[in-house]
Design a protein. Structure first.
Length: 417
């Protein structure tokens, strides 16, 4: 499993680097206000993609090892059409945005959801190389298209971001569809069986994905608070600080995703859980090192890289640092409960985080601006992660010290593959 984690982590590092390039390009060429517009669009899209997970999402990984791909794909695609259209329309009614914004939001979201469905199905069948290559291609296409639009064509508009997303999501979706067609699953089967699998997908997705929606609210409520109470320019600076801090999560997310796939497919789940503890401890150690390095980056460097307006993102990074570290540990626990279909623990943890972040942001943003939003987010992460780690420790019968790394974890073991 460690080898698989390292391979996946390498792909995630490359993807994170390309995502960083997107943040840099939009900040450097569009300025703080333009970066704020991009952040709001991406946040709206991400929320709708998560809503689409109520019929699909990570539950596809859970079900596809034992179910026919072509039973799972139609309900997931059908729900994607509903969410992208109705969700974008709802955004247009709730916020003062243009019709062009609504149409782009619906179209980009649809292609993004369809690609996500295909990637989850491939990953659930242990096609991890395909998954890693396609996610990397997606990030590379987005960064490359923006670089051409901004630097070569001097197209300094958020419209360039919209069209770059069509390319970045559309081409990998076509490739992933071709890969699914090559799977050995029978194309035609009984209609009654399709209905049974659809109901199973609905049942698992509701439980598994509710916590994801709540977690998204925890992560991004501060964005909307800053946008409404302060303005897009401040939101642009906040988004750069958050993007840099959350890039650290590629470490725990890589570990968590591979562990999830391993636990879902494991015959001996108890043995697999304890085998994963060491990689979780190493993940925590690596996350702590990354947080310390990022916190030490001088303000002047941020201003030099992103532009003079973005030096203030250093305060955001410092405010987020404790929550980023603790939430990285919480991701390992959340993965365990998801793989065991114990969604209630994750849901309660996410609700606790939301109960913290909403009042914290509403109280702190008017007083401290973007730093207040970062403090509210960090408090939310800390509350959720603490709840998850407590129940994780109880579930696997481990002590608190068993969750912490020690020098023995750095020593290679002969029995590891």
């Amino acid at each position: 499993m460690l080898k698989r984690i390292l391979h996946h982590f390498a792909a995630r590092v490359l993807t994170a680097g390309l995502s960083f390039a997107v943040v840099w390009l939009t900040a450097r060429y569009l300025g703080a206000a333009g970066r704020g517009q991009v952040s709001l669009f991406y946040t709206d899209m991400s929320g709708l993609v998560l809503l689409a997970g109520l019929v699909g999402g990570s539950s596809l990984i859970y079900l596809v090892p034992r179910r026919n791909v072509w039973h799972l794909l139609p309900p997931a695609y059908g729900w994607a059409l509903v969410v992208s259209g109705a969700g974008a329309g709802a955004v247009g009614l709730l916020r003062p945005v243009s019709l062009e914004y609504v149409l782009h939001l619906a179209a980009v979201t649809l292609v993004q959801i369809l690609l996500s469905v295909n990637l989850f199905l491939l990953l659930g069948r242990k096609r991890e190389l395909d998954y890693n290559v396609l996610t990397t291609v997606q990030a590379a296409l987005l960064a490359g298209a923006l670089a051409l639009a901004f630097a070569a064509a001097h197209w300094l508009s958020i419209d360039a971001y919209y069209y770059a997303n069509y390319l970045a999501n559309g081409l990998p979706w076509l490739i992933s569809t071709a890969l699914l067609l090559r799977l050995p699953d029978a194309w035609a089967s009984r209609r009654a069986r399709r209905r049974v699998v659809t109901r199973e997908l609905l049942r698992h997705s509701r439980g598994a994905h509710f916590s994801n929606l709540l977690t998204f609210a925890n992560y991004r409520f501060g964005y909307y608070a800053v946008a409404y109470l302060v303005g897009n320019k401040t939101l642009g600076i906040l988004s750069v600080g958050v993007a840099l801090a959350e890039a650290i999560w590629l470490i725990p997310r890589s570990t968590a995703l591979i562990q999830y796939v391993a636990l879902v497919n494991a015959a001996d789940k108890h043995g697999q859980t304890h085998a994963a503890l060491r990689s979780s401890r190493l993940t925590l150690l690596a996350t702590a090192g990354a947080v310390l390095v990022l916190a030490a980056v001088p303000t002047a460097w941020l201003a030099a890289v992103f532009g003079p307006e973005f030096g203030a993102a250093h305060g955001v990074i410092l405010a987020l640092a404790p929550g980023i570290l603790l939430n990285g540990a919480g991701m390992q626990a959340s993965t365990y409960f998801s793989s065991m279909a114990r969604y209630g623990v994750n849901n309660r943890a996410a609700l606790l985080g939301l109960a913290v972040t909403v009042p914290a942001c509403l109280l702190l943003v008017p007083r401290l601006g973007m730093v207040g939003a970062a403090l509210g987010m960090s408090a939310s992460y800390t509350a959720s992660a603490s709840y998850l780690l407590y129940h994780y420790r109880c579930a696997i019968g481990a002590g608190w010290l068993d969750l912490l790394p020690d020098w023995k974890d750095l020593t290679p073991r002969m029995d590891e593959e």
